[in-house]
Design a protein around this ligand. Structure first.
Ligand SMILES: O=C([C@H](O)CO)[C@H](O)[C@H](O)COP(=O)(O)O
Length: 210
């Protein structure tokens, strides 16, 4: 069954916990966004895991170097999954995977900004990562001409476990799952909704029906 990951791109622990409390019944993975972790530090990871021990807590570190060290900090704080940039060297990814194995946790590679996301996904999966995020970041989404269809097409030909992030919403989530994504990552379409719980519930139902 495909998973729903809520990406919390809010800026304080208080706001993040309030949103997570509303949407937790409908999501499998709670992502603490990079700006949130940069603003609050690893304490937000601990607070979220303590509040939702039954969910996978995803620390979107976007690590580019010192993979083992940064991953270890997040795992010690309570993260179940951490991200390393696909553009980082393999040694950085291997280091993070080493830390993950020591903690019984996992690493996700984020392909944001990488020219050939599918090729990199196929390479890094061999390094022991859980799955690869086919990701168009917020800046790319705000660039004229952006379409999530690019990521959907990439997922269909990746042939390795992937998530899709980059403007997933209720109108495209079925296509995201049908393309083979194991995880649909949804940020703004949940945290920016008038009723985040209702938005998460609708996404959950669409994923389960896909
Ligand atoms: O990872 C993200 C981004 O780099 C900012 O941290 C987002 O959480 C991810 O893109 C999902 O958010 P939406 O595109 O708003 O669904």
């Amino acid at each position: 069954m495909a998973k729903l990951q809520v990406a919390i791109d809010l800026l304080t622990t208080e706001e993040a916990l309030a949103l997570a409390a509303k949407v937790a019944p409908y999501v499998d993975i709670i992502e603490l966004g990079t700006p949130l972790i940069k603003n609050m530090g690893s304490s937000v990871i601990t607070a979220m895991k303590n509040a939702h021990p039954d969910k996978l807590v995803f620390a979107d570190l976007k690590t580019a170097d010192a993979g083992e060290l940064e991953a270890d900090i997040a795992f010690k704080a309570g993260a179940d999954l951490v991200t390393v940039m696909g553009a980082a060297g393999n040694a950085t990814i291997i280091g993070a995977v080493k830390a993950a194995k020591a903690h019984g946790k996992g690493v996700v590679v984020d392909t944001i900004g990488y020219p050939d996301r599918v090729k990199r996904a196929q390479e890094v999966i061999e390094l022991g990562v859980e799955f690869v995020e086919l990701h168009a970041g917020l800046d790319e989404q705000w660039t004229a001409g952006y379409s999530i269809q690019v990521l959907i097409d990439e997922a269909a030909r990746a042939g390795v476990p992937v998530s899709i992030a980059g403007g997933v919403n209720i109108d495209n989530v079925t296509a995201v799952i049908k393309a083979g994504a194991q995880v649909a990552v949804v940020g703004a379409a949940i945290y920016g909704a008038e009723d985040p719980a209702a938005a998460a519930k609708a996404l959950r139902e669409a994923i389960d029906a896909a």
